[in-house]
Design a protein around this ligand. Sequence first.
Ligand SMILES: Nc1ncnc2c1ncn2[C@@H]1O[C@H](COP(=O)(O)OP(=O)(O)OP(=O)(O)O)[C@@H](O)[C@H]1O
Ligand SMILES: [Mg+2]
Length: 601
Amino acid sequence: MDQRTGPAPAQAKPPLANGKAEEKKTFTRNRSVGYVVSCDGTQARIVAVSGSHNESEDYWAVGQQISIQVEQNRVVGLLHKVLADEEEWKEGQPNPITLCVELSGEVRSNDRGQMYFSSGISKYPHMGAIAHRIRKADLTTIYKSSDPTAVTVGSLSQSRDIPAVVSVDALLSRHFSVVGTTGTGKSTAVTLLLHLITERRPKQRILILDPHNEYTSAFGAKANTVTAETLDLPFWLLNLEEVVQVIFRGREEIAEEVDALREFIPKAKLLYRDGKSKGIRRQTTGQNGVTADTPIPYRLADLLGLFEEEIGSLDGALRRLTLRRLKARIEATVNDPRFSFMFGSHNAQDRMSDVLGNIYRMPIQGKPITVFQMSGIPSEVVNSVASVLCRLAFDLALASDSRVKTLVVCEEAHRYIPADVSSGFAPTRAAIARIAKEGRKYGVALAVITQRPNELDPTILSQCNTIFAMRLGNDSDQDVMTKAISNGSRSSLAFLSSLADRECIAFGRAVSTPMRMIFRTLAVAARPSSQNVHEDDYSDGAESVNVNDVVKSMRGGDRNDDDLTVEGTDWVVKVDDSKFDTSAIPETPPETKRALASLRK
Ligand SMILES: Nc1ncnc2c1ncn2[C@@H]1O[C@H](COP(=O)(O)OP(=O)(O)OP(=O)(O)O)[C@@H](O)[C@H]1O
Ligand SMILES: [Mg+2]
């Protein structure tokens, strides 16, 4: 007997009679009802009849959530495949179809009769259980959040009047990732999330590694921008590996020279420390736990002087040659104006508090976000700088007993944490991996954004407990996502290649169950935009440019050492002080307002 027409369980319509007129009537009545004919732990198959595709509500289609009545509960699932049972299609008539559903949870009611969603299933559907296209009330129940830190980031694709909410706490405590093909709206989505995070958590510091210089314009007065010109990062904050990367400029390093640095940098540090305290330079005895990685200042003049002393007292020609080459290498780097942000004369002083205070916003002073514009920084040094910034974000949280909590946002993350472990810069990878693995314990969070998930280090992606997956056309990228998310949500991935711009499937901790949603529209003033090439600039460039200006810019501009000795807040780019337009930011949902109010009481 065909379950599409009965016999049905108690609440179902009566079985189909044999008469033709009655058959038509029953089919009409059953168009929004299906019957479970098979079920395992995660999947169910349902038989039904096709509805009219003229009326928007009256048909079964992939991507819909459906519910199955099981006693008082309704088991919820995602419809991921629909098949017509027969090869022939009868136009305008009911056609038998089979629905494949991935079960995701259950809507139950509590003691007070309130409905709530649980991602566990207490009672699985029995054969013949009735399935419906889900009711709006159930959809709302599934996606609403009782978390006081929940924010509305968009609306459900299935029902645009139901808000899509995510928990800020879960985003920050377990890292998140936004992936999608170029142009799908990743950076804009991240900007929206960051605006909402700063509203909910005003003391949350955010450091954006911005390879396209596009985020400054989005945050107005909330952001503090660090550019190639305003970057202020003393060389002595670098650890040995980072120093080596800077001095060798991406070329293969020479082991003897690295050994010499490892030996002499701690000595230079002790000279600075002791010389400063006693007013004279004197040779120290032990190294007192100071290594080349300890963040205490030293003078390059001392380091080079130590090389000279050693060269003068040596017989070995090889060692002399090594030290001379290393000295020349350091001098060449120091004299390169593109590196003056690191080696300027004022950088020999111990200004660690100023430097960290500025970059990591201590105090916040209304600017919780630091945008690090990477595109103007010499490529040889960008790796080292990114590495220092990520490393310090972690160390600061550790040293401040988690009072300085930073969210590190890695745009184009596949560039500095690539899947191929032999490429990329090892210290940057190590610094980001440390945040991914241990950041949660100290309040350091990671946001990873990439258009090529298959080129991203999978161990980092696997630590991101919330993923916003936007359109991904490439098979290998989709495979990576399949591995990154839990078994129960995999059917949703079938839709990845057909998502619209600004649409995504959100998985993981910050959402109650996988959610196909559309991000809210951000006001133009609050969107990221590249300052180099504007999106709608399709012109073919300028007829004439001042070559001298271009050459000057390539040589590092007009800086002279006097500029470098000026201390203060000049390195902070003056940003537009006009207030960020919040008109496009969603109102705080009433349930969140109530929850917040009750917390304050
Ligand atoms: N939520 C949104 N509100 C308003 N406009 C949006 C939104 N999402 C995307 N857009 C528009 O779509 C375009 C592309 O968005 P965006 O730059 O964020 O894409 P992307 O995925 O980061 O691209 P790429 O990979 O090239 O960096 C932009 O012009 C942006 O203004
Ligand atoms: Mg982008």
